[in-house]
Design a protein around this ligand. Structure first.
Ligand SMILES: [Zn+2]
Length: 79
């Protein structure tokens, strides 16, 4: 099973929140596709968007995409 990419999500806006770092962002999906490509994985997207998070790259950063949860898209395999 491959990880979901930008083309797997059909909504117009992609939102990202990080409770730990107190960040919130909303992004236009088409703009992201244009900029990064439709095959960009969400895990990769999260890494890019978490730039600015104080705890980026550590377990303490909890950047996630609420819109994907609503669409029932899991961006990572459960352990
Ligand atoms: Zn964070």
């Amino acid at each position: 099973m491959s990880l979901p990419t930008l083309q797997d999500f059909r909504g117009e806006k992609i939102d990202m929140v990080c409770d730990r770092c107190d960040r919130y962002g909303e992004y236009d999906r088409k703009a992201l596709v244009k900029k990064l490509g439709a095959k960009t994985q969400f895990v990769e997207l999260r890494r890019i968007m978490a730039i600015g998070c104080d705890r980026r790259g550590t377990d303490k950063c909890e950047a996630r995409f609420p819109c994907l949860l609503q669409a029932n898209i899991l961006i990572e395999r459960r352990k």
